[in-house]
Design a protein around this ligand. Sequence first.
Ligand SMILES: Cc1ncc(COP(=O)(O)O)c(C=O)c1O
Length: 492
Amino acid sequence: MSLSKPPLPSGISFASRFAPHSLPRWSMPEKAMPKEVAYQNIHDELQLDGNPKLNLASFVTTSMEEECNKLIMESINKNYVDMDEYPITTDLHNRCVNMLARLFNAPMEEGECGVGVGTVGSSEAIMLAGLAFKKRWQNMRRAQGKPFDKPNIVTGSNVQVCWEKFARYFEVELKQVTVREGYYVMDPQRAVEMVDENTICVAAILGSTYNGEFEDVKLLNDLLLQKNKQIGWETPIHVDAASGGFIAPFLYEELEWDFRLPLVKSINVSGHKYGLVYAGIGWVLWRTKQDLPQDLVFHINYLGADQPTFTLNFSKGSSQIIAQYYQLIHLGKEGYRNVMENCRENAMVVKEGIVNTGCFNILSKDNGVPVVAFSLKDRSHHDEFKISAMLRRHGWIVPAYPLPPGADHITVLRVVIRADFSRTLAESLVMDITNVLRQLEMLPHQYINDHKATMTNDHNNIEGVKKRITSSEVRRKIIAQEAKRRQKILAA
Ligand SMILES: Cc1ncc(COP(=O)(O)O)c(C=O)c1O
């Protein structure tokens, strides 16, 4: 560290000798640089990142209130694992676990503690839940004197990559029910058919990553109960409620997907998605103590007291846990319900705008996670990737991707509606999608001129062009209507 150089007065970093040089990339620099210069250069380079609020690819929270930001900064220097030193932080963690266990209807007596743990996100939560199922199954098979070296797990082909990671990292065969055109989630009947004596659990998703659709956990539970009863098995269910865990309890209270169903033994949820906390927090809950094999829980004493831990990482920040507690008590059920209702309504505005263009099929459901997944009706002249790239020019990040195996010939664009995505932004997005379609429409006309000779004899192409011209008129009408609507809103 260079101690001889006096710090630069603030405000002169651009004039410093560091400004004309690029920042070190490959090797750590020998010399120090003034903090203002380091800050300014990194800050400036980060301007090239996308704008998180316009990142409609992500479910993860991008804004929180000032009060919560303050709490986050106040606790940024606390290592969560030092539980003896930070007992209040540990207690806030346990309060979150208890609130979530009750929100998910765990069978608990008055005053009984919930069983669960805060994680870095749903991926870590899923690793832990999967390990608990694997251990439980192995213990059971060992006790029965049966082989326990070929565990498998049954999921839909639409699972998030963390399930594939779990299977590969922890040597569990992944048996997937492939989705099909028109049905983009796991079919419970086919899942139950795949279950065998080596199945450690069936994983259902409450809010498929691809289109936000809720899988039918109740039907899965009922079919699996029947099969278990017939054969004498105890195959359990895990619910991956990464997104839906903070939506269903507020918007679809009657929907049975959680611990109300007897085979649901564990649930994960991302605090950093619709739990409304910045990236870095997830939760896994078990139905009862018996569902978490105790040989997976480590007890450490070198931090001052006996502390049970069941996480993959040792150290981690406390801020996100504190922020989760803040959101739970600040918003309460009423606040979460309002936020989720707003998200659903904004999703409807986006969906209707997209439907009105006449160019897309909608592949998401109105009553799942508030996302709109849509694919082009006619891909002969441009595809979803082109639309995604053109939306990027307007600042929007709207990913295009193929659906999972079984429906991977279909590509979708997906818009995730988060809490900070306002009605005004929803309307602007619809306008921009419409504009992009209009710009793309110009391309086929050039194409027609370039290929006039071949086109004249090609009846199908001409019919296609006619169709596009008609739909462009419709679109012009929509744009005019939208412009009027916006003027009205602005005038109001
Ligand atoms: C259904 C589902 N499960 C798991 C995950 C992984 O969650 P996390 O990013 O919290 O690790 C995601 C992320 O999008 C998801 O959609």
